[in-house]
Write a protein that binds this ligand. Structure first.
Ligand code: NAI
Ligand code: MG
Length: 358
């Protein structure tokens, strides 16, 4: 069956890194139909909107979206709805992408890039599954109101609302369990159930869903402890599943364990495994157009796309093995360069991955 993939390169280094990922996809010998469309600042320049209707339609009608990055300082003065990053929010909303998957992998060859001791992080391979469309970030009501009683009576007060519905917890828990099934069969659900009602509810539902996954070992952890364990013994984790707020913070923390932002892919999925795949980093305007950017995060995002949206795990593994191989060969873009390794450009890194594909 042919799969349709929407390719949205975007701004800054987006086009350069997406080009390399497309070359790698093209070399797999799969039946993939790719179609490219404008997004972000580039789309604003051409169509006066960061997410033009044609781009949105293409994304909706594709099995997956391969996304580069959006954003540039030159759009900072635009009204919010025209800013490049609105494209990502618009796509998330239109496609119902509620599950954000962010692996934090530290290849042994890059262990010195981390600020932690190599023995703590070398070979790290964990996955954070973050709920993306609910929680206190979107809960209503929210705003500023008058305080009616208590010590702050008569003052103004900013407030937000945290809530999670049964279905919301259930579906993200399932994504966590399914992912754990494809990996190390361990799932840690992170909450703050000693303090928050929402978290206690979350914990109860996750425990219920666990009955369908007897092959996955479920544990629960408070978020403050999880933040500590991530720097103390991150390799103890396999898959972490958590809400939007905690996941936002923990996934950035986990990214920093690896120290190399140019290496980290991400996926955002909906209930039918349609997904948006993009590197965790931004558009890096400081190095755009110079053939300097590390394309590996985007290439690894394409691998995630094969695994989670196209049901082609073996092909995903081929790409991941090829990335491993180029690192073993000592090839490094400037962001991961170390004394004694071999410095390569964006396109040379793409060439090397293609050559390493078995
Ligand atoms: P950034 O991730 O673009 O860059 C941070 C630093 O990392 C820069 O020094 C950059 O050169 C470097 N870097 C990032 N990716 C790299 C790669 N693949 N290879 C080598 N070096 C790399 O974050 P920053 O500077 O905060 O934001 C720049 C723009 O990107 C802003 O407009 C921001 O809004 C946007 N952005 C977009 C995201 C997206 O499209 N999902 C996510 C984060 C930021
Ligand atoms: Mg964040």
């Amino acid at each position: 069956m042919s799969h349709k993939i929407a390719v949205l390169p975007g701004d800054g280094i987006g086009p350069e890194i997406v080009e390399q990922a497309q070359r790698v996809l093209g070399a797999l010998g799969m039946d993939l139909e790719t179609q490219t469309a404008a997004v972000g600042g580039a789309a604003f320049d051409e169509f006066e909107h960061p997410l033009p209707p044609a781009t949105l339609e293409l994304a909706k009608n594709s099995s997956a979206v391969l996304f580069g990055a959006v954003g540039d300082w030159k759009y900072d003065s635009l009204p919010r709805e025209f800013r490049p990053e609105q494209a990502i929010l618009g796509l998330r909303k239109a496609l119902g992408l509620f599950a954000n998957l962010r692996p934090a992998i530290l290849y042994p060859q890059l262990a010195n890039a981390s600020s932690l001791k190599p023995e703590v992080v070398s070979g790290l391979d964990i996955l954070i599954v973050r709920e993306l469309t609910g929680d206190i970030y979107f809960g209503q009501p929210r705003g500023v109101r008058d305080v009616a009683e208590g010590p702050f009576k008569g003052e103004h007060q900013g407030f937000d609302t945290m809530h999670y519905a049964d279905t919301e917890v259930r579906r993200i828990a399932r994504v966590g369990f399914e992912a754990a099934r494809k990996r190390g069969h361990k799932l840690c659900s992170v909450d703050k159930s000693n303090v928050l009602e929402t978290s206690q509810f979350w914990r109860d539902i996750v425990t219920e869903v666990a009955r369908d996954y007897p092959d996955v070992q479920l544990s629960h952890m408070y978020v403050d402890n999880a933040a500590m364990q991530l720097v103390r013994a991150p390799k103890e984790f396999d898959v972490i599943v958590t809400g939007n707020l905690f996941g936002d913070i923990l996934s950035d923390e986990a990214a920093m364990l690896t120290g190399s932002i140019g290496m980290l892919p991400s996926a955002s999925l909906n209930a039918s495994n349609q997904g948006l795949y993009e590197p965790s980093h931004g558009s890096a305007p400081d190095i755009a157009g110079k053939n300097l950017a590390n394309p590996l995060a985007t290439i690894l995002s394409a691998a995630m796309m094969l695994r989670y949206s196209l049901d082609a795990d073996a092909q995903a593994k081929r790409i991941e093995a090829a990335v491993q191989s180029v690192l073993e060969q000592g090839l490094r873009t400037t962001d991961i360069y170390e004394e004694g390794s071999h410095k390569v450009s964006t396109s040379e890194m793409g060439d090397a991955v293609l050559k390493a594909l078995k």
